[in-house]
Design a protein around this ligand. Structure first.
Ligand code: G6P
Length: 487
């Protein structure tokens, strides 16, 4: 691994999104806010160990050169380099990434193609996807120095490993999928299935959050490409690509320390006062169909139906972070969620109290920590989810309270925090309702025992460990392939 004069290994992290999203505040001025999502929160814990530059989309369209230049220099202070995707963005991001790949990866199937709208055809979106991947490559080329390691992230950049190796076969390339990888029976429906698989196989190391996702990937390669599954990963046309499992984590100290700040304690007191006499169930999700927010509300509705004694003693606070508003499916799920909130509050609320407090917004970091810390129960009902770091964040903020995590068995975290959480099938409203009841009634001793198991896991399997493990494996993997070339 080559090191710079700062003595840290040099790393180019390439992800669709930069860790900050920009908003224009003047011709030459920008405000930068932290971007949403698990990828960003996981990678923030990794950056310090490397001389890292992050390449990605800045979260905003910029058409003028003055704006582009000033944004580049604001971002440079944070070691971020923007990729300006304006010309392809809609077809690439709303179309191919989030309209096609995201549902396939989460077992939700392909959308119906709109044959009357040429801009919505599969081919147009696929071409834009490839073009966007080339635009990422161009920015990497401008910034690459010999010896840099390039770590590509997520489904947005499935062509990048191949493009990078075509540019320079000696670059060390890792690719990590932050979402689940589906069963081959689902993946098989994707029209460009082989091209995409072959492209990621060009990388030296492929990482997945869970053993199941890695297993699905390998068996998909064997079934679709006729490749061979080996103990290292996948062998296709004589090239072995290492496939391994690296469960992502968080930086637990960031949450633990924030909970100790006086202003956060103050926020906690205000929240406790606001919900005095009630148990608080918390949900924090991007408003995405994969997060199962309607299923969560249906389970909660069932609970209120079956447990009238709890009706004025419990509140569900749901923070639904706005996301991907230009994708039609997301607008549909938002409308569905709002309909359910109205129905449940109408059925079980009264003038002075409502069972669901639903907010379509994100909250700042300290307030989020305060909410996590005062909650009695965290309810995560993802229908399918790469990892779900919200579960980890809740655990990290619960040192004092030792609340209960109710967690979907279909989130990656279901495999890591399953021993301490109450696992549920989010499609089963009766099971969700029973888990809510069990969580609310759980004796302190049992809560403590479960919290101990979870916090130990969260502290051990941190974002730092995730990054270290992936990078050291990538380093070794590359030496092996170099040796193979030499033989
Ligand atoms: C998931 C994806 C990330 C993505 C995040 C937020 O965690 O795996 O790649 O950044 O969602 O979604 P967005 O589309 O807003 O970047």
């Amino acid at each position: 691994m080559k090191v710079s004069c700062g003595e840290k290994p040099r790393l180019l992290v390439v992800a669709n999104r930069l860790p900050v999203s920009a908003k224009r505040t003047g011709e030459n001025s920008w405000s930068l806010e932290m971007s949403p999502g698990g990828l960003v929160s996981g990678l923030l814990g990794v950056r310090a160990q490397f001389d890292t530059k992050w390449i990605g989309w800045p979260g905003v369209d910029v058409y003028d050169d003055v704006g582009k230049k000033s944004l580049c220099s604001s971002l440079a202070e944070m070691k971020c380099i923007p990729v300006f995707l304006e010309e392809v963005f809609d077809q690439y991001y709303n179309g191919y990434c989030n309209g096609i790949l995201w549902p396939i990866l989460h077992h939700m199937g392909l959308p119906q193609e709109d044959h009357n709208d040429r801009n919505k055809t599969y081919q147009t979106q696929y071409d834009a996807f490839k073009k966007a991947n080339r635009m990422f490559l161009d920015v990497i080329k401008e910034n690459y120095e010999e010896g840099d390691i390039v770590w590509c992230h997520d489904y947005h950049l499935m062509f990048l490993p191949q493009y990078l190796k075509e540019y320079n076969s000696k670059i060390k390339v890792g690719w990590f999928l932050h979402s689940p990888f589906p069963s081959s029976e689902v993946y098989k429906t994707l029209p460009s299935r082989s091209e995409l698989l072959r492209s990621v196989l060009a990388a030296d190391l492929l990482g997945f959050h869970t053993y199941d996702f890695a297993r699905h990937f390998v068996s998909t390669c064997t079934r679709i490409l006729g490749a061979e599954g080996t103990h290292e990963g996948v062998m296709d046309h004589g090239k072995v690509t290492r496939v391994a499992v690296f469960p992502i984590g968080i930086d637990p100290d960031r949450f633990i320390n924030t909970c100790e700040l006086p202003e956060v304690k103050q926020q906690m007191n205000e929240l406790k006062e606001r919900f005095a006499g009630k148990k608080v169930i918390l949900g924090v999700d991007r408003l995405d169909m994969i997060k199962g927010i309607p299923q969560k509300f249906l389970g909660f509705e069932k609970f209120l139906e079956e447990n009238p004694n709890w009706r004025d003693k419990v509140v569900l606070v749901q923070i639904a972070v706005p996301t991907r508003n230009d994708v039609p499916e997301y607008r549909k799920v938002k409308a569905q969620v709002h309909g359910l909130v109205g129905r449940i509050n109408g059925r079980f609320g009264c003038v002075s109290s409502l069972p669901i407090h639903h907010l379509d917004c994100s909250v700042n970091f300290s307030y989020l920590c305060a909410l996590y810390a005062i909650a009695d129960v965290m309810l995560v009902t993802s229908l399918r989810d790469g990892m779900n770091l919200v579960s980890y964040e809740f655990v990290a903020c619960q040192e004092a309270k030792k609340g209960v995590l109710v967690l979907s068995e279909f989130a990656g975290a279901g495999q890591s925090l399953g021993a301490g959480a109450l696992l549920v099938n989010p499609w089963d409203v009766i099971e969700v309702s029973s888990a809510i009841r069990e969580a609310l009634n759980m004796p302190a001793e049992e809560r403590e025992k479960r919290h101990k198991v979870n916090i130990q896991y969260v502290k051990t399997y941190s974002a730092k460990k995730w990054g270290d493990d992936f990078m050291s494996e990538l380093n070794e993997t590359f030496s092996e392939s170099e040796m193979r070339i030499r033989k």
